[in-house]
Write a protein that binds this ligand. Structure first.
Ligand SMILES: [Zn+2]
Length: 408
């Protein structure tokens, strides 16, 4: 088969996917009736609200007397419930065995796992920060074709420092290491060619208990970041220690994928540079809380990371919700909300799930419950501003006007 035929075959396949009966473009009108609606984290709630969606978009938001329900709409009774914009989890991984050969594997096990991991917790958009891109790109295609109910998936290509194979990844796993700025730039160009949406750098790599962290030379990191930025793509980094945070700053990285457990709150000079460069932070607090290190060390790791989130947010920096699930199997988001609440208000936490990532990743039609916005919505069993753990009590998850999770 020549190149043109391959392309043609691919295009036809993509078209069939897009037009499939379950495809997102054919979502039926949905009317969410009677709930308390937060248009955004800083808005007052609209009581007894009505939201109408059509073709994946919100077409009306208002009180029951103001909004006419379309005759064909699927009506979802939301009385006693709260409706907010769809959630983003900006740090996940599609690396578990269930996603292997995602292009050809049967859809049922993947659909079941997608629900356990993401949709039952309200996620309508995710950033996969490192996986086998072939699986994730194939999974995304099947999700967007309506075969597997799931979120809008963004994915990145990873780059490790030389000798920077982390202790927690299998030794036989082949990881892309960059020894020079040229290596790093070339890797990022390859990722862009493959259709990936961003970059993940290990500016610090954990080599095991008692062994020194391997940090990436900022000049190597910078070379990859420059290629990503020239293509309009964000750069994430796993910092691991304060030297890794310094490399984030020096290389122009956009998003820190974790706090740095066991380190002090960021230094004033670092906070000033974060602000100047628009750096964002993903806390992943429950990841550190769940490390098998015993209660005393665990309490210290949580205290240091909570202090970092507080210093970062008080400095005005954007916090993006993220949990590293897929690497961990701790899918329940309740603990993450409880720990974040030690540093942030309920409204700030809701912003980390909605308006912050939508704004940061330039998704202009996401993050708010408003007319003409994407119909990405979460219906909660309780008011998250009254009790932050209500963010984990999801009754419905709706993406592009289609119910992708419904509590049994
Ligand atoms: Zn991760």
């Amino acid at each position: 088969m020549n190149g043109n035929l391959v392309r043609l075959a691919f295009c036809c396949f993509a078209l069939i996917g897009a037009l499939g009966a379950g495809g997102l473009a054919h979502a039926q009108s949905v009317a969410l009736v009677g709930g308390s609606v937060y248009a955004s984290p800083d808005a007052a709630p609209l009581a007894d609200g009505v939201i109408v969606t059509s073709n994946g978009v919100i077409t009306a938001v208002g009180s029951r007397s103001e909004v006419q329900l379309p005759a064909d709409a699927r009506v979802i009774d939301c009385s006693g419930k709260t409706v907010v914009a769809g959630f983003w989890n900006s740090h996940v991984h599609f690396t578990e065995a269930v996603w292997r050969s995602a292009g050809s594997a049967p859809s049922a096990p993947m659909a079941e796992h997608m629900q356990a991991m993401l949709t039952r917790w309200g996620f309508t958009s995710v950033w996969d920060l490192g996986s086998d891109g072939r699986d994730t790109v194939a999974l995304r295609r099947r999700v967007n074709a309506g075969e597997i109910p799931g979120p809008d998936i963004h994915t990145v290509g990873s780059i490790f420092p030389r000798d920077g194979h982390p202790a927690y990844l299998p030794a036989e796993m082949k990881l892309p290491e960059a020894a020079t700025p040229e290596d790093a730039a070339q890797l990022m160009r390859t990722y862009l060619g493959f259709g990936l949406d961003g970059l993940k750098l290990f500016t610090g790599s954990y080599k095991g208990q008692g062994k020194p962290v391997v940090n990436m030379d900022p000049a190597i990191a910078r070379a990859a970041v420059d290629v990503a930025h020239a293509a309009g793509k964000p750069a994430f980094a796993h910092p691991q220690n304060m030297a890794g945070v310094e490399a984030v700053i020096a290389a122009g990285v956009d998003v820190m994928a974790h706090t740095v457990a066991g380190e002090p709150p960021y230094f004033p000079e670092q906070l000033a540079r974060f602000k100047q460069q628009g750096v964002a932070l993903i806390p992943t607090l429950s990841l550190f809380a769940k490390l098998p290190v015993g209660p005393d060390i665990s309490a210290r790791l949580v205290a240091t990371t909570v202090a970092q989130v507080k210093a970062f947010a008080d400095n005005g920096g954007p916090v993006l919700f993220g949990t590293d699930i897929g690497f961990t199997n701790y899918y329940d988001t309740t603990l993450e909300y409880e720990l974040m609440h030690r540093a942030l208000s309920e409204r700030q936490i809701l912003a980390s799930l909605t308006t912050n990532p939508a704004g940061y990743f330039k998704a202009a039609k996401k993050g708010r419950v408003d007319k003409d916005f994407d119909a990405d919505l979460v219906v909660l069993d309780g008011d998250p501003l009254a009790d932050v753990t209500n963010l984990a009590k999801v009754a419905y998850t709706i993406r592009a006007g289609k119910v992708i999770y419904q509590k049994p």
